[in-house]
Ligand binder design. Structure first.
Ligand code: CA
Ligand code: CA
Length: 252
């Protein structure tokens, strides 16, 4: 193989490797609760102050964290930023037993000081499936205009099941979705204007929002993840950079 061809092949390998890695985004944290033998092992990651316990018999699937509401379990991560070119995507599954609209149980993402503050899950005022993005931005907002998986309008009322919440933070908006039953079909969307505070975020929290109790009972958490996802424009730039590198190699 000629040197030129070898260089071209190297560029192709670089492009393929970088694209396949980055297109999935950089995972900052993820947990499906399958690696823990017991609550103590889970607390080694999530802290012992929170009221969550490992549920070895129930998950989406497998195991999950059972939480009654109240004091959060917290994972501290290096400070993360969100921007239009590199949004942050935070995902969590929360099980609703469907028994009460008086629950306060959320997956939170915030800065340990007072700055960016995201919550998504169940709240009692307004109830039921609700979100907030205090970045600064709106406080509690209930999902409006929800539909079932067939597209028929439904009320924002308790539904039994594992519901998948996701928020994409792009520096100016917080775009939340709820997928009832985690079927892959979104049942509600809420876009909150939320200017990013440069302090970033460094805490992933499960439990009561700001440690609030839940009079209507608790629930379970599973499949929690925080991912930083470069936009396609960033891939293009990286591709151009690699091609440029390849051309330089060819000339040398
Ligand atoms: Ca699990
Ligand atoms: Ca759904």
């Amino acid at each position: 193989m000629k040197l030129k061809n070898i260089s071209a092949a190297l560029v192709a390998v670089f492009l393929t490797a970088s694209y396949s890695t980055l297109s999935l985004g950089a995972t900052i944290f993820s947990d499906n609760f399958e690696s823990y033998a017991n609550t103590a092992a889970m607390q080694a990651v999530w802290g012992a102050a929170g009221l969550g316990t490992l549920d070895t018999a129930f998950g989406n699937p497998g195991q999950s964290m059972r939480h009654p509401g109240g004091t959060d379990n917290i994972v501290t991560v290096p400070v993360q930023q969100a921007s239009a070119s590199t949004p942050l995507v935070y995902t969590a599954d929360i099980y609703d037993d469907g028994t009460s609209a008086n629950k306060r149980l959320t997956a939170g993402l915030r800065f340990s000081g007072v700055a960016n503050l995201i919550e998504m899950g169940m709240y009692n005022s307004p109830n039921h499936y609700a979100v907030r993005a205090v970045l600064p931005g709106p406080s509690w907002v209930a999902f409006a205009g929800m539909t079932d998986d067939a597209g028929n309008p439904i009320n924002n009322a308790p539904v039994v099941g594992w519901h998948r919440y996701q928020v994409t933070l792009d520096g100016s908006n917080a775009t939340f979705t709820i997928d009832l039953g985690s079927t892959g079909i979104i049942n509600g969307t809420a876009v909150l204007a939320a200017a990013w505070n440069p302090a970033g975020v460094d805490q992933i929290r499960l439990g009561g929002p700001s440690n609030l109790s839940s009079a209507g009972g608790g629930g379970n958490f599973d499949n929690v993840s925080l991912v930083s996802i470069p936009e396609p424009a960033s891939f293009m730039l990286m591709g151009v950079a690699f091609v440029g590198l390849g051309l330089m190699r060819n000339r040398s």
